[in-house]
Design a protein around this ligand. Structure first.
Ligand code: ADP
Length: 985
């Protein structure tokens, strides 16, 4: 053995210093070799262990699981592995920190030096650190999994909370907007009435505060929607220029009040029509324009629009041409020869966005710049402006109001449209807000004029343009020149006069009204004194209602008045009309803002307003009246359907929330019943150049054009409305501007506009007999109601009250004062009423009988009728319900009044009647029974009414045989009525 040990030392000495624990053992477990690493790990020195039996040091080696595997090594030369995960260590050792070392052990057979079989080379690897690291990783992963789970749970909770928040916001918005509708709408209407300056002042404060509150609510709602990721953008074709001009319209009055010049400039390459969300784009522009006018005291506010085609992935602009350039030119020529706005040649027709694939470019980046000459923004504040709730001046004494949300919302919206927003500004000089969007061009509707091309009718027209504002001069010059006109500009009145004195001939002059030194009117007066200016058609640019007619009257005659900001289409229209001799000094043209009280004359429409709330009907009805429209009303979904059965309406303004049948359901039914066949012809594709058959299914119906009016302003409501078949959506409180925009959209989308046509169904005419029937007070005068049932019920109630009053009065007067039926006044109305609630009772038709000459057949068996009548409850419960519907909370008080008066009047009348019956005085019986039955209707005592009516009829034909018996019944029935009345309050 000694020899074997020695040989082993020689043979394995190279392994003495390797950082693995190594030892060699004989098949009888005698240790032949023990390296230094093992010495260090086990603290067992070579000299102690070599030559000894390893099992005496590590008894676990005796365990069968080790014995068996080691036997394989010794006898068969098969290696064995003992991993740390599965086995205890063969040769244990501890780490310096006292913890057991984690070891992987490989046992390799080595041919024995002497004799048969194998030695076992035990190689031990210290895997403590690796294992420790793995364990740490595992723990970390476990920890992360736990966190992830917690995060997921938190996310789900947050999402649920967000949903709850959105729902809460929707509810809040509805709750706040509904009363705001009444407040703001009524204030607007009140402001139009006569009142003292102080009252007007108070009212103006209410309106401004209401507007401010509403703006804040809208901002907060929008911001929450964006934050919650619930703001979805539309992709519909729209007219870009209209969108910008509509936004300018909204700030025009404010700008004019500050004498600011407002203008918009379109670069030549900007496409006219785009696909996108016009409402949200307009919102951004309104916000920037609103800020610009707010923070500018003098100078100008200008919107500039430029566009550049976006290169596709390969860096090339897409060049797919679906039609030849020639086709486009031909089309332009054709359309420019029949301008839709030229009243001489109106060409109504449905808009057709499929007509031409005009654009060869798949995508544009449109850049908008809103620049002002206002207070500017300090450089260190420009970066925080786009954060929510941030304002440059955040002191509590700040001069300008606002939530500080507008820019944050606008920037997010422009980003959602594929662009961004930034600002350049200089303190005291002004600011330039830029934003971009990405959008696909949309084809133009068929009959749209291409006003970006030369206009043959205007070519060569010599124009003198006088404006002190350089931007306006530039914009107008560019525009007029692009139409082929010859333009000469002047910065002031003096310069203009000089140009004219130089014998230059002009066909037309455009004069700005507001110019320093010499205003437009003074200049015009001077022009008229020059020989070449005597008959020169003059057009004045006005703003904010100035110059007024009073300022002009008797001083000078103009051919046309055009409002700033100048709109391309309006300018074109007025130039054509001047050229055609339509606008002259004798007969000037007024191109006012599109939204004027004569809108109804230009665009006559039959409008139905569906709303169950009376105050809302009044507000929207009055607003429509301001535009010259007389709307018909329906106070329920069913009434709306009935109205549509009777008449064809162009536009239906539809409330969303109504009892029984809401606006969505009503719309679905309208679409099913009235719109089916028009669906295909008059609609437009959703967002695609080439509508397919399937697409057609999705198109919107346009008749009647249904506009939702709702106090719900959350995302999803709009979609719900559109899905139900509505065409447009305005939110409450309803604003005049929103109504006008809705009408304008209807006009654009349906191509119904026919400005020259006089339609037979003029708004001035009431639409049904009921609308004429009743004298109306100032408020209700506007709107003839078509909701006949509601109106009949209303009349019924008024009549009941009226009858009572008359009867009460009559009771104190002589019998002669009792009005016979149909002799006029309220009683006449009462007798004409049909009592829808009385169908269970066979009411004798007194009126019919009265007018026929033949005597009526006497009641076949009046006793029987009387019995059957008495079986009914003494009071018709619907009476009070109707009263409550009409008067709300006041109903109870009114009811008490009615009952008290009835009980005051009825007993003496009954006594009189009984006396008359005793006397068999037919005339008195007739009059008294008639008076009593009238009183019965006021409290809904219908069986008593029935009995009195029978008695009256008997008296009328002097067939009094059963009158005493009937009188008994009447007295008994009165007791029932009295008991019921006393317990009714
Ligand atoms: P607000 O509702 O307060 O106007 P915005 O987000 O629209 O909210 O604007 C934030 C702030 O940015 C404004 O309060 C104002 O201090 C500044 N600001 C915006 N536009 C202009 C501008 N055209 N000129 C000067 N300051 C501006």
């Amino acid at each position: 053995m000694l020899e074997q040990i020695e040989k082993a030392q020689e043979r394995f000495s190279v392994l003495d210093r390797v950082p693995i624990g190594l030892c060699v053992i004989h098949r009888d477990f005698t240790v032949l070799f023990w390296n230094r690493t093992l010495e260090q790990w086990t603290k067992k020195l070579k000299k102690e262990i070599i030559g000894t039996n390893l099992k005496t040091h590590f008894p676990q080696l005796d365990e069968p699981k080790y014995q068996n595997r080691l036997k394989q090594v010794f006898n068969n030369g098969l290696p064995a592995v003992f991993s740390s995960q599965l086995h205890h260590s063969l040769i244990e050792s501890n780490l310096p920190n006292g913890k057991p070392r984690i070891q992987n052990t490989n046992v390799t057979p080595i041919p024995a030096i002497k004799g048969e079989g194998f030695y076992a080379l035990i190689a031990i690897q210290d895997v403590s650190e690796v294992t420790h690291r793995i364990q740490t990783y595992q723990q970390e992963i476990k920890h992360r999994l736990v966190i992830e789970e917690e995060l997921n749970r938190a996310k789900t909770d947050a999402e649920a909370a967000n949903r709850a928040k959105s729902e809460f916001l929707a509810m809040m918005s509805h709750e706040i907007r509904t009363p705001m509708n009444g407040v703001i709408g009524m204030t607007e209407l009140l402001l139009d009435t006569q009142m003292s300056p102080t009252q007007r002042n108070f009212l103006n404060t209410i309106r401004t505060s209401g507007d401010a509150l509403l703006a804040i609510i809208n901002d907060i709602l929008d911001f929450s929607k964006i934050e919650a990721g619930r703001m979805d953008l539309e992709k519909e074709p729209f007219n870009l220029r209209n969108c910008v001009e509509e936004a300018l319209d909204l700030v025009a009055i404010k700008a004019a009040a500050k004498l600011l010049d407002l203008a918009c400039e379109f670069d030549a390459g900007v496409p006219d029509f785009l696909y996108g969300d016009v409402t949200r784009l307009r919102q951004i522009l309104i916000n920037l324009l609103g800020n610009a006018t707010k923070f500018t005291e003098t100078g100008e506010v200008v919107v500039k629009v430029t566009a550049k085609p976006i290169a596709d992935k390969d860096g090339e602009v897409t060049q797919t041409k679906l039609v030849s350039e020639k086709d486009i030119e031909l089309d332009r020529e054709a359309s420019s020869q029949k301008p839709a706005l030229n009243p001489a040649a109106p060409e109504p027709g449905a808009a057709d966005f499929n007509h031409l694939e005009k654009s060869a470019i798949s995508n544009y980046e449109i850049q908008f710049t809103v620049r002002d000459t206002g207070i500017g923004i300090p450089p260190d504040r420009t970066n925080i402006l786009f954060r929510a709730f941030s304002q440059v001046d955040s002191s509590t004494t700040r001069k300008y109001g606002g939530t500080g949300l507008g820019l944050a919302i606008s920037k997010r919206l422009s980003e959602m449209m594929g662009g961004t927003m930034w600002v350049e500004s200089e303190i005291g000089k002004g600011s330039k807000f830029y934003f971009t969007i990405k959008a696909q061009p949309a084809p133009a509707p068929l009959q749209t004029l291409n006003l970006n091309a030369p206009q043959p009718q205007l070519a060569g027209l010599r124009l003198l343009l006088v404006d002190d504002n350089a931007t306006n001069r530039k914009i107008l010059t560019l525009q007029a020149k692009s139409w082929g006109m010859v333009v000469r500009t002047a910065k002031s009145g003096a310069q203009a006069l000089k140009v004219l004195q130089n014998q230059t001939m002009f066909d037309l002059a455009i004069l700005d009204f507001h110019m320093p030194k010499m205003d437009g009117i003074t200049l015009a007066q001077k022009i008229r004194k020059l020989p070449q200016g005597k008959n020169l058609p003059l057009m004045i640019l006005s703003s904010g209602g100035r110059p007024s007619m009073r300022e002009i009257q008797g001083r000078v005659e103009f051919a046309a008045f055009i409002n700033k900001p100048i709109k391309q289409a309006q300018l074109h229209e007025v130039l054509l009309r001047i050229r055609g001799g339509e606008c002259s000094t004798n007969q000037p043209c007024f191109i006012r803002p599109q939204f004027n009280p004569e809108l109804a004359q230009k665009l006559p429409l039959k409008i139905l307003l569906v709303d169950d709330v009376y105050v809302n009907q009044m507000v929207a009805g009055q607003m429509l009246q301001k535009l010259g429209y007389r709307a018909d009303f329906a106070s329920s979904g069913k009434a709306a359907l009935d109205a549509l059965e009777r008449l064809e309406y162009d536009i239906v303004f539809m409330d969303m929330q109504m009892p029984k049948m809401d606006g969505l359901e009503t719309t679905r039914l309208i679409r099913q019943r009235f719109s089916g066949d028009i669906l295909l012809e008059k609609s437009r594709p959703e967002a695609d150049f080439s509508p397919t058959v399937e697409k057609i299914e999705n198109r919107k119906s346009t008749r009647p054009w249904i506009v939702a009016m709702t106090a719900n302003a959350m995302q999803g409501d709009r979609e719900l409305c559109l899905e139900a078949g509505m065409n447009d959506y305005i939110s409450k409180p309803v604003r005049l501007q929103a109504i006008v925009q809705a009408i304008a959209l209807y006009d654009r989308e349906t191509g119904q506009s026919n400005f020259n046509a006089v339609r037979n169904n003029s708004q001035a005419e009431p639409t049904d007999s009921i609308s004429q029937a009743e004298p109306k007070n100032e408020m209700t005068n506007v709107a003839p109601a078509v909701d006949e049932i509601a109106l009949a019920e209303l009349k019924h109630l008024i009549a009941r009250a009226g009858v009572l009053i008359s009867q009460i009065e009559a009771g104190t007067q002589s019998e002669a004062a009792i009005l016979p039926p149909n002799s006029g006044g309220i009683l006449a109305v009462a007798d004409n009423i049909q009592f829808p609630t009385l169908t269970a009772v066979n009411e004798p038709n007194l009126e019919e009988d009265k007018f026929s000459n033949s005597p009526p057949s006497a009641p076949e068996n009046s006793l029987q009728i009387a019995e059957s009548a008495i079986e009914l409850p003494p009071l018709d419960s619907q009476t009070f319900e109707e009263l409550r519907e009409l008067l709300g909370e006041e109903a109870e008080e009114f009811w008490i009044e009615l009952v008290e008066k009835f009980m005051e009047v009825a007993p003496p009348k009954l006594q009189e009647l009984a006396d008359a019956v005793n006397r068999a005085d037919a005339a008195a019986i007739k009059a008294l029974a008639h008076a009593l039955r009238g009183a019965c209707t006021t409290v809904g005592a219908m069986p008593l009414f029935q009995l009195c009516a029978q008695l009256e009829q008997m008296a009328r034909y002097e067939s009094l045989a059963e009158s005493e018996f009937l009188m008994q019944k009447i007295l008994a029935e009165y007791q029932r009525v009295k008991a019921a009345l006393l317990s009714s309050y």
